[in-house]
Design a protein around this ligand. Structure first.
Ligand code: TZP
Ligand code: MG
Length: 221
């Protein structure tokens, strides 16, 4: 039923520690390998983020990623609601300049997950009111992975956002194994590290190490 599905969706989102976002430009072994290794290491949420492939190529790749995630990790698509629908992914992650969350919700329905990028408390409150299932907050630190990310807002901003809303807060931007402690200590439920993971020689090991640190600080390890 819809009610069961909603409970399932929210309990899944409570359970995420490390969140993998793909980057085929930075990846050493390729996106499929990165997803496979990260999920094997215990990553429970994957976002396919692709900025320069055709729609057809994206759908093919997304179908492959969905197979790897099946039964193990939530699978979301960045920006592309059409691609998410085409492969029946678990939802989307969208930004402030994409279609409104309410519109995406009409298209995807109540049972799909919609994450929204926010940069401050006001946007986070608005995201929650609009029906987003979680917020991605960033960029926390300076990063060169996203060219228009702007300067880092700092880990203290996570605490402000965490205190202002109830839905999960996922921190993103410039996060590595050294600074990730401050991210979780400031109340992030989960974190994304792109370059720190996909640029490494061992995605499985890096993911495992992030998960261990996060759980240690949360007291769930
Ligand atoms: N959104 C805000 S910062 C960012 C995105 C997609 C890039 C994060 O990459 P990295 O390598 O973890 O800094
Ligand atoms: Mg976007």
């Amino acid at each position: 039923s819809d009610k069961n599905h909603l409970t399932w969706k929210n309990s899944l989102l409570k359970d995420i520690d490390f969140y993998l976002v793909t980057d085929s430009g930075l990846s050493k072994k390729g996106t499929l390998s990165d997803v496979k290794e990260s999920v094997e290491a215990g990553c429970k949420i994957v976002q396919y983020r692709e900025k320069c492939k055709s729609t057809g190529e994206m759908i093919d790749k997304a179908a492959e990623i969905k197979k790897i995630c099946s039964g193990r990790a939530i699978f979301l698509i960045n920006d592309r609601i059409d691609v998410s629908l085409a492969v029946d992914a678990d939802g989307v992650h969208i930004g402030q300049d994409d279609m409104p969350v309410e519109t995406a919700r009409k298209i995807l329905g109540a049972n799909k997950i919609i994450g929204l990028t926010v940069h401050n408390v006001d946007e986070a409150i608005k995201a929650e009111k609009s029906g987003a299932d979680y917020v991605g907050l960033g960029s926390i630190f300076d990063t060169s992975t996203k060219k228009d990310a702007g300067k880092g807002i700092g880990p203290a901003s996570i605490r402000e956002v965490r205190n202002a809303i109830k839905i999960p807060v996922v921190a993103i931007g410039g996060i590595n194994k050294e600074n990730c402690r401050s991210v979780i200590e400031n109340g992030a439920d989960s974190l994304v590290a792109i370059s720190a993971v996909v640029c490494s020689d061992d995605v499985k090991k890096e993911t495992r190490e992030f998960i261990d640190i996060i759980r240690e600080i949360k007291g769930t390890g």
